[in-house]
Design a protein around this ligand. Structure first.
Ligand code: NAD
Length: 469
């Protein structure tokens, strides 16, 4: 185990040719990320190709034991990792943020290591016997975003490794240090060359998507980048798991208890200061309880401290980067100009350092307002009034994305009926965005395809093979 400074030094560029990474809360420099080139990428892929057969030969039990050791290593360095994540990404140490993210890395590693996966007997009728097995793919490329950089990397690589593959990771250029540090720590337990990270720009990273030695890309990011990866991976017929953008709807039915749901609604929308793929981004509330929900949600939201992530009191942080800050600020500004009513926030303090955008709730807003129809990916939630459940369902289904959704009600059977009508990969009831390593997760429509987590998540990192006879 290393101290924070030792960990940062070991992953940083010391040649003077690195790229400075700044803390989005203060503007201070966090460290220098290496800038890897295509040659470096080729060496990493070669090393992965060389290391993979011996790793595959360990079998499930052998690999699981090593992955559990990698989880132990993450736990031993948890505080150093959380601190670096907080400084680079901006998310606070406390709340469902940096410490939570690092502990999720260990939890997902353990789950991927231990979920049983046995060959399935498909037919066994005395004449025919067919079994379904899952073989390693070879080398998997993992390309991730900046919002949950460590956790999403683990979501991609833990099942890949468990299934006998090697992996090469390309983190977002906004948060390379977090991923470099995570992998440095995991590599305390893993064989050399099996898992590596390329800290590079998009152009170099894109090489993973058409590289003949890479058999699968695990991609999490925007829908636009997902479409580009589908195209560039076509010539090598790569397998793809695509977790893309979302614009999750929540529908509050008329029988819900506004006070009882306010806290969970808040975290469903504002976890990681709204920078979460499956966060609640459009809230549809029945007219009978619209004012009460707005009032209770405003009370909860107003009491949540936002500020520098290293301050133990804060549970909300800055936007991670200026581009995302501008997206949120412009969408809220346009909503205000359209006549929507700002219940809270909406008025950033431009004098203060950092990309802080205040917690913002916007009511009396039309469904076709861009703050509703576009993914804001920040701390601004539009609340739309509806009159009939049919209308709410139609509006929830009205976009070309469908990652998550939620239904809020005291009547569980009624909520389940509404849930079944929503076009989304997951529909939560009386909660939103709560993920679990045992439960598959993936998108509908243009939110992507393929499942992560659980036994389905493991199968997605293998090549199915039928043994017939
Ligand atoms: P992004 O698509 O801009 O970048 C994601 C990653 O892809 C980065 O590492 C980037 O460098 C790389 N990339 C971009 N274009 C590429 C290309 N053509 N070839 C290869 N790599 C390429 O996304 P972002 O801004 O980092 O993340 C925010 C987006 O991610 C949001 O839309 C959010 O909803 C989505 N997201 C989805 C999930 C999910 O599970 N569905 C989770 C987190 C974030």
């Amino acid at each position: 185990m290393e101290t924070y400074d030792e960990l940062l030094t070991s992953i940083s560029d010391s040649s003077g040719a690195g790229r400075a990474i700044f803390d989005p809360a203060t503007g201070e420099k966090v460290g220098d990320a290496p800038v890897h080139d295509l040659e470096y990428l080729e060496r990493a892929v070669d090393a992965a190709v060389a290391a993979q057969p011996a790793w595959a030969a360990l079998g499930h039990e052998g690999r699981s034991a090593v992955l559990l050791k990698a989880a132990d290593a993450v736990e031993r360095s948890a505080e150093e990792l959380a601190r670096l994540l907080s400084r680079e990404q901006g998310k606070p140490l406390n709340g469902p943020n940096a410490r939570f993210e690092v502990s999720a890395c260990a939890a997902w590693l353990r789950a991927a290591a231990t979920i049983p996966l046995e060959p399935e007997t498909v037919v066994d009728d005395g004449e025919t016997r067919a079994e379904l097995h899952y073989k390693p793919i070879g080398v998997v490329g993992a390309i991730g975003p900046w919002n949950w950089p460590m956790m999403i990397t683990v979501w991609q690589i833990a099942p890949a490794l468990r299934m006998g593959n090697a992996a090469v990771v390309k983190p977002s250029g906004n948060t390379p240090l977090s991923v470099l540090a995570l992998i440095e720590v995991m590599n305390e337990a893993l064989p050399e060359g099996l898992l590596s990270v390329i800290s590079c720009g998009r152009e170099v990273g894109a090489r993973l998507t058409d590289h003949p030695a890479i058999g699968k890309i695990m991609f999490t990011g925007s829908t636009a980048a997902g479409k580009a990866i589908i195209k560039s991976s076509a010539d090598t017929v790569k397998r793809l798991t695509l977790e893309l953008g979302g614009n999750d709807a929540g529908i509050v039915l008329p029988d819900a208890d506004p006070k009882a749901i306010a806290q969970d609604l808040f975290w469903g929308a504002f976890i990681n200061t709204g920078q979460t793929c499956a966060a609640l981004k459009r809230l549809y509330v029945h007219e009978d309880i619209y004012d009460a929900v707005c009032e209770e949600l405003t009370k909860v939201a107003a009491g949540m401290p936002m500020g520098n992530g290293l301050d133990e009191n804060n549970v909300l942080g800055p936007l991670q980067n200026k581009a995302q800050y501008d997206v949120v600020a412009n969408l809220v500004e346009a909503a205000k100009e359209s006549g929507a009513k700002v219940l809270l926030g909406g008025n950033p303090n431009t004098e203060q350092p950092g990309y802080f955008y205040p917690t913002t709730l916007v009511a009396d807003i039309d469904n076709d307002n861009p703050l509703v129809s576009e993914e804001q990916f920040g701390p601004a939630l539009p609340i739309i009034k509806y009159s009939s459940v049919d209308e709410a369902v139609e509006k929830a289904n009205g976009l070309d994305v469908g990652l998550g959704a939620s239904v809020w009600s005291t009547n569980l059977p009624a909520a389940r009926e509404v849930a079944a009508r929503i076009q989304a990969g997951t529909v939560w009831i009386n909660k939103h965005g709560v993920v679990d390593p045992r439960i598959p997760f993936g998108g509908a429509k243009q939110s992507g395809y393929g499942l992560e987590f659980g036994v389905e998540g493991l199968k997605a990192l293998g090549i199915p093979q039928i043994i017939n006879g």
